[in-house]
Design a protein around this ligand. Structure first.
Ligand code: SF4
Length: 266
């Protein structure tokens, strides 16, 4: 299969700061917040499976929304949903890249928690992060305040992280990140994408016994509230990746559960 050209390359999915609500069986009714540009992608990883496409598409032209804009847009949306009698189960930070890269991430989390309390006190606030910014105390403080602090760990083996998640910084060290995740302990949920395939001549399979053994050791060190295992659900920018079936995910989950770790599959 040919490598996608910039013209055919998968592009960002989210074209606004607030998106949705999206209805999902797993999360219920979820309102999304994208703190990255509306027409480009900015991330400290460049995962082969990223739904927002490769970093090569560039950061776009819109820049990042300001803290004031995020709060105003979110309040307008929550007020409209409330006036409409709509349900809301979760507000989720994800989008076109890594949300914790926003320079006002901590303040935006504070605003979001306050707006949630005012309009939908029962809703949960979730952040999906790749855990590359845990050396920033403001990011750590903010992640402690949210209800679902969901942090990515796709492999505990540096060589696999290098070809699957492709950290943009040469200083990235998965063992350091595992120690940082352990600092959160049960105040975090660890999310692991499992898949197989090839890319640029590299075979990729993070479901092998060696991979799962290394992940179990990392999960034991971290001791998270739970581990979420999932696989590909939408088109991926690297075309030669294959999904791990639900049955396989469950078999791997059972193996991890036998090590005393709570696991959910999606
Ligand atoms: S960390 Fe998330 S946003 Fe960044 S490249 Fe990976 S999947 Fe995409």
């Amino acid at each position: 299969m040919s490598t996608p050209t910039p013209e055919t390359m998968q592009r960002v999915l989210f074209h606004s700061t607030i998106f949705g609500p999206i209805h999902s069986r797993r999360l219920g009714t979820s309102l999304g917040i994208n703190l990255m540009p509306n027409d480009g992608k900015v991330c400290t990883f460049d995962c082969l499976y990223c739904e927002a496409g490769f970093n090569a598409q560039g950061p776009g032209t819109t820049g990042l929304p300001t803290r004031t804009q995020v709060a105003a847009d979110l309040e307008a949306k929550l007020a409209a949903m409330q006036a409409d009698g709509q349900q809301l189960d979760v507000i989720t930070f994800s989008g076109n890249g890594e949300p914790t890269l926003h320079p006002d991430f901590e303040g935006i989390i504070d605003d979001t928690m306050a707006l949630r309390d005012r309009y939908y006190p029962e809703a949960r606030v979730s952040v999906l992060s790749n855990a590359t910014r845990l050396d920033h105390p403001d990011v750590v403080r903010a992640l402690y305040r949210v209800d679902n602090n969901i942090l990515k760990l796709d492999s505990a083996l540096p060589a696999t992280v290098a070809i699957l998640d492709r950290p943009t910084s040469p200083a990235y060290d998965v063992n350091r990140v595992i120690s940082q995740l352990a600092g959160f302990g049960n105040r975090c949920i660890v999310q692991t994408m499992l898949l197989r395939g090839t890319h640029d001549g590299h075979a990729i399979d993070n479901t092998t016994p060696a991979e799962i053994d290394a992940l179990i050791e990392a999960y034991r060190t971290i001791n998270p509230a739970e581990v979420m295992l999932y696989s590909i659900d939408r088109p991926t920018p690297a075309r030669e990746l294959t999904k791990v079936t639900h049955e396989e995910l469950e078999a791997i989950a059972d193996r991890i559960r036998r090590a005393g770790i709570k696991v959910v599959t999606a």
